[in-house]
Design a protein. Structure first.
Length: 508
C-alpha cells in the first residue's frame, strides 16, 4: 500500500492533513518530527508533508529536522511552518514579516505542477507572522499575496514544494486540488487506499489473532466502540463480551437504545451495569470541570474493572481506539484544555492475552463508513460528538438527579424538533446546556423562578474551528416554546452565538 508521511512539527491541523490525503484514496500516517531519518527511509513513503507549527524556525529551541531529508529523493511538500523550515534547511532566510497574515487572503499562483487546474487568483487560508525573506538557491517563486512576496516556492529538480498557506483547510478555495496534484502529479500515487475490503480483511485478521479465545470490550455507546464491537462480533460471535457502564449521564433513553441495538443486531454477550446513583453521590458538591471529569472517569473505570473481575475467563481486551487517539504529537507539551483520551490503562491485577484495536488506523469519518457497512443504525453511526463525561460537563456547577432530568428532557425536545423539521442535516453538532442560572418568569399569572436552558448549535467541517449556526428564528421559537412548556422547572431559553475560537464547542 502506498503511504504518505505527514511529519508533524506541532501544527494544529496535522490530523486534518492526513484526512485530506486519505480523501484522495492515498493512505497517510503521522509521525512526530523526532522520528529518525532511517525510519523514514525504510518506510519507503511516496511523499512527505511537513505540517505547520506555532514556532519560528530561527529560534533554535523550535522543532527542526536534518536537511538530509531533502536529499532522500522523496517528494516533499511544506505547509506554513513546514514551508519556512524547507527554506531554512535549504539555505534561505526566514524573518518576522512586516505584515502578518491571518484568515482568507487572495493568492496569485504562477505555473507549477502543484497548481495544475487551479485559477491564477484564488482565496487561501493564512496564519503566519514569519515569512521567507530570501528564497534558497535552486528554488523559484510560484505564488504571492499582497503582503507575502513568497507565498509558494518549488525546486522541480528535487521535487520539493512549499506553500505559506494551509491547503488542507476548506477555506483555501483550491486546497483540495493542490493536495491532489501533489499526490498524483508529483508523487505519482495510484490511489490504492480504499475502504471496500476493510471489513472483510479485518474480520479475517481478527479470526486468526483471536482463535477460540474470549474478548472483552468496554462499550460506551459511542461510534468508535460500537463499530469495534460490530467488527469483533462478526469475527468471533458470542466469544465477545461487551460491558456497558450506564453512569446515568447519557442522553434521554440512550442507554436503552444501545442495549436494544447490540442485543438484537449482533451475536455477543451484552452486560449492562446501571450505576447512576453511585455517580451522583461521588459528584455531590463538586463544581470544578476538571474535577468532575476526573471523578467520572475514575469511577467509570472502577465500575468497569470490577465487572471484568467477575468474568470467568479473560482472553483479549478490545478498545475502540482510532488513529487520532494514538498519534504522538510533534508539539511537545500542550496546554490542557480538557482531559480526554480513548486508550485505557489496565489494573495490575488483571491480565489479558493482549489488546485488540481493530480501528487503530482509521479516522472518525472512516469509522462511520465501516459502521454503515456493518448495518449499525444510522442514529448510532452518525451520533454527534458526545463528551466522555456525558451530560456531566453540560451541567455547569454541581450535578444532581433533578438537573440531569431537566437537561435530558430539554435536549430530547431539541433533538426531536430538529429531526422533525430536517434541519439537523445542516448542523455538525447541537445540544442543550444547563448553566446553573435561575431567572424570573411568569406562567399563568404566577411568578416563577426557574432554570435557564442554553442551546448550542455549530457548523464545521473539521471541529478545528466552528461557527455558530444561523438556525432560522421560527425553528428556535418552536424549540423554545416546547422546552418551556414540556420541561418542568425551565422558564427561559437562550441561544449561544459564540464561534470557535474564542469559545469551544462544549461549555466545559
Amino acid at each position: 500500500m502506498e503511504k504518505i508521511l505527514v511529519l508533524d512539527f506541532g501544527g494544529q491541523y496535522n490530523q486534518l492533513i492526513a484526512r485530506r490525503v486519505r480523501d484522495h484514496r492515498v493512505y497517510a500516517e503521522i509521525l512526530p518530527y523526532t522520528a529518525d531519518l532511517e525510519t523514514i527511509r525504510k518506510n519507503k513513503y511516496k511523499g512527505i508533508i511537513f505540517t505547520g507549527g506555532p514556532n519560528s524556525v530561527y529560534d533554535m529551541s523550535s522543532p527542526h529536522y536534518t536537511k538530509d531529508i531533502l536529499s532522500l529523493g522523496i517528494p516533499v511538500l511544506g505547509i506554513c511552518y513546514g514551508c519556512q523550515l524547507i527554506a531554512w534547511m535549504a539555505g534561505g532566510e526566514v524573518s518576522t514579516a512586516p505584515v502578518s497574515e491571518y484568515g482568507k487572503i487572495e493568492f496569485c499562483a504562477k505555473p507549477s505542477p502543484l497548481f495544475k487546474n487551479i485559477e491564477e487568483r484564488s482565496v487561501v487560508w493564512m496564519s503566519h507572522t514569519d515569512y521567507i525573506s530570501k528564497m534558497p538557491e535552486g528554488f523559484e517563486n510560484i505564488g504571492t499575496t499582497d503582503d507575502c512576496p513568497c507565498a509558494a516556492m518549488q525546486n522541480t529538480e528535487k521535487n520539493i514544494y512549499a506553500v505559506q498557506f494551509h491547503p488542507e483547510v476548506t477555506h483555501s478555495q483550491y486546497g483540495s486540488q493542490m493536495l491532489y496534484n501533489f499526490l498524483y502529479e508529483i508523487c505519482h500515487c495510484k490511489g490504492d487506499w480504499v475502504m471496500d475490503n476493510f471489513i472483510e480483511n479485518t474480520v479475517e485478521k481478527l479470526k486468526a489473532q483471536i482463535g477460540d479465545k474470549k474478548v472483552i470490550l468496554g462499550l460506551s455507546g459511542g461510534v468508535d466502540s460500537s463499530v469495534a464491537a460490530g467488527l469483533i462480533s462478526k469475527a468471533i460471535g458470542s466469544n465477545l463480551t461487551c460491558v456497558f457502564v450506564d453512569q446515568g449521564l447519557m442522553r434521554k433513553d440512550e442507554g436503552d437504545f444501545v442495549e436494544k441495538t447490540f442485543t438484537t443486531l449482533f451475536d455477543m454477550n451484552f452486560v449492562r451495569v446501571n450505576c447512576g446513583e453511585t455517580f451522583i453521590q461521588k459528584l455531590k458538591g463538586v463544581t470544578e470541570p476538571e474535577e468532575k471529569r476526573t471523578i467520572i472517569g475514575t469511577e467509570f473505570y472502577k465500575v468497569f474493572w470490577d465487572e471484568i473481575r467477575k468474568q470467568n475467563e479473560l482472553g483479549y481486551f478490545a478498545q475502540g481506539t482510532i488513529y487520532p487517539d494514538r498519534i504522538e504529537s510533534g508539539k511537545g507539551d500542550a496546554d490542557k484544555i480538557k482531559t480526554h483520551h480513548n486508550q485505557v490503562k489496565m489494573p495490575d491485577d488483571i491480565e489479558f492475552l493482549g489488546i485488540i484495536e481493530p480501528l487503530e488506523d482509521l479516522f472518525k469519518d472512516e469509522v462511520r463508513r465501516v459502521g454503515e457497512r456493518l448495518g449499525i443504525p444510522k442514529k448510532l453511526v452518525w451520533r454527534q460528538p458526545f463528551p466522555g463525561p456525558g451530560l456531566g460537563v453540560r451541567i455547569i456547577g454541581e450535578i444532581t438527579a433533578e438537573k440531569i432530568k431537566i437537561l435530558q428532557d430539554a435536549d430530547w425536545v431539541l433533538r426531536d424538533e430538529m429531526a422533525k423539521n430536517g434541519y439537523e442535516k445542516n448542523l455538525a453538532q447541537f445540544f442543550c446546556v444547563l448553566p446553573g442560572v435561575k431567572t424570573v418568569g411568569v406562567m399563568g399569572d404566577h411568578r416563577t423562578y426557574e432554570n435557564l436552558v442554553a442551546i448550542r448549535a455549530v457548523t464545521t467541517d473539521d471541529f478545528m474551528t466552528a461557527d455558530w449556526a444561523r438556525v432560522p428564528y421560527d425553528i428556535l421559537a418552536k424549540v423554545s416554546n416546547r422546552i418551556t412548556n414540556e420541561v418542568e422547572h425551565v422558564n427561559r431559553v437562550v441561544y449561544d452565538i459564540t464561534s470557535k475560537p474564542p469559545g469551544t464547542v462544549e461549555w466545559e
